[in-house]
Design a protein around this ligand. Sequence first.
Ligand code: ARG
Ligand code: ZN
Length: 888
Amino acid sequence: LTIRRADYTEPAYWIRNVELTFDLDPAKTIVSSRLVIERNLSLPPQPLKLHGEDITLLRVQANGESVSFRQEPGLLVIDNPPGDNFTLDIRNTCCPDKNTQLSGLFSSDSGLFTQCEAEGFRRITYFLDRPDVMAVYTVLLRADKKRYPVLLSNGNLLEEGELEGGRHYAKWHDPFRKPSYLFAVVAADLVAREQQIRTRSGRDHLLQVYVRRGDLDKTEHAMNSLIASVVWDEARFKLPLDLERFMIVAVGDFNMGAMENKGLNIFNTKFVLASPATATDVDFAGVESVVGHEYFHNWTGNRITCRDWFQLSLKEGLTVFRDQEFSMDMAGGPSAKAVKRIEDVRGLRQVQFPEDAGPMAHPVRPDEYQAINNFYTATVYEKGAEVVRMMQTLVGREGFERGMTLYFQRHDGFAVTCDDFAQAIADANPGSMLSVRLDKFKNWYAQAGTPQLKARGHYNAEQRSYTLTLAQTSQPSPGQAHKLPYVIPVQMGLLGPDGQALPVQLEGEYPSSATERVLVLDEPSLSLTFVNIDVPPVPSLLRGFSAPVRLDDGLSNDELLILLKHDSDPFNRWEAGQRLVLSAMMAATRSDAPPVLDAAIVEALRSVLRDETLDAAFKELVLTLPNERYVAEQFEVSDPQRIHVVHEAMRDQLAAELHADWLWAWDNHQVNEGYRPDAQQSGYRALANRALAMLVRHAVATGDEVWQGKAYGRFKTAGNMTERLGALQALVEAHAALAEPALARFYEMFKGEALVIDKWFALQAGAPEPIGPNAGRVFERIQALMKHPDFSLKNPNRARSLIFTLMSANPAAFHRADAAGYALWESLVTDIDAANPQLASRLARMMERWRRLAEPWQSAARDALARVAAQPNLSDDTREVVSRALES
Ligand code: ARG
Ligand code: ZN
């Protein structure tokens, strides 16, 4: 069944008030619900149809009396409600223990938890389960006190007390109207880290982070991140905390990262728990960013929510933009901010660009879906954030803040659309680069696919001018054959041959000393002439990645080397280095000759590594080759095994030719002070880990035992997880003999720590296949690990650590000539789909780019997809993915 955006109508009824009573029990929970209902007088009278899924109805009454009703698949229908205003009493049961989908009310080891976005509330009780129906909730929870000492719901605690038979109760009231997807309940055996804060307005708030008893020592960073989020949102956007109590609860079984339920955020443990001994710098950054993200949703998502699920990017794109800005501000200076920007763009290109070019391509504001859970995508989230960022670029930072203020003035408390958001930003900035072309700008919301931007320059020595021609083209995507032009902000500068910044004054403008500006392309093409240019310039376009496009600027290697050495924009410096390396990798992939990087490229990388003025984190990014999956995406059809050979050979080359430089980098980037997960320390550790991996790689290649021993020593004595895991990874990736004892020791050290054991699985699943006679060893090991007593498909984090790592991050191990990887995929998708469709459909997507594979992989992949598609009992989620893949 396809749901279409164009079919949106208002609901026939509103639900204004909700009183829920839960008699909680993992085997059978009884839910009693009293709904205050009002007919929507702007629509003709019609039956009331409430959503319900996998729940058992016990009783229905209207205005306290019996009322006739019937059940249709997924619906409870009341054909003749008693008037325009009435109360409905419903009693039903649900079964948390059998809820393996982890949507609705489900069991995890520490207790009972909910996940209602997008359509989980209907798995708890009958309701108008759509985001434009907003109500005030009062919730009474009753449960066994010993098993579930903590009883939480949204809002404020009204009262709590004892009941007979060892049970107790708690009553919660949330004064804010909210859609059902923001409802939450927790009944569990947990403890909390607490912090009282006073915000600028003088209001006091209680912040709590709830975790399992043994995990309290891993909550400090989450609490600090929460406090920082509160302070940041108030300072940057004047958005204060509106609640007396703000709770975060961690749960070990969770389909995604976290959920912004009003006042009661529920988190995957992965994004709450962090201690130096068990979490890496990357994990610490992930906690900060997800805590920020969910907190920022309190305004962008909860106070103003989505009218319908097609508008998902209204809250997600905007909130990702906000969490990115938060992390950048937390990182510190310009160079640390640039590092964060590079990481975000790298993620966008590795995940969203392929999505936008494949069978699941959809606009930031989709037009249709079969399973809404399939549209929690990189396009809605990360490309959506880029669309918001372009608005900020076009109206300026202050203009954007004005736009946000107007957005809240207009829409606070309502369920609105992406159009409403764009309109508010534009209206607050009359005459801005955005406002004068708002309709065109909104093509970013409406059209799928990544536009190509072609740029060519011509220098005229006589006129001392430089003419730049920009042109955009867009490929067709599913359901969209022809595209309208986009509004593309091109932040840019011009460099002279020695790297000096040149003026960027256009013909006919007053002279200015500016060396950077934003050009706006909003037609198929545009030519602009810069004047007072004394030398043939090298253009530096799309600085900071000012638009989510693929740029073809036709620059030569020599010109890219100039940008790599001198560009004032760190993003474009990194970009120039990546492009030099990527084109070498692509050329080597196409040829049969032994893969080598040119001496000029190696020298340029060496100077970056040795440059005293650059941050360690930035160097690490420049010195990291594009990954194999990203390289594969650059080809029409690709050979994953050849790409692997090239990637490994070039890493070996850098290990050998920069050996002295890696030694220097290792020696000079040791952190000798107490652990802090800040930008400076984590940059040092990232570069030292990279250096160690190169040193061990070289040691294994040359038979030198010293560095293998040193890495093992570091592994054993490391004072934090970043260094310990870095050393372990260096040994595992180089297939050093000491990798085996190190893995065994690591397992023994951490076998009680689920999140660390996830790393242990992921590290082995991501190890590069050896080149030569031992090829295939990594895949065999992964198959063996699937039988490990600690492995389970039921826990999403564990399944992701082994299976998703293999299938998304280890192409050479997955894409085997004997198709064993695809057979594994087929059986896992099938098994997981029966229990958890959301997880299964994410796994199903690992094969959506099958058309891009060369033979024999392409045919084998298609056959595996066809076999899954032929299964009769597939969930809507997985079916949508495999059928779109096969149609492509
Ligand atoms: N709103 C949550 C978050 O961003 C994610 C919910 C995902 N839900 C889902 N059904 N996939 O932050
Ligand atoms: Zn979100």
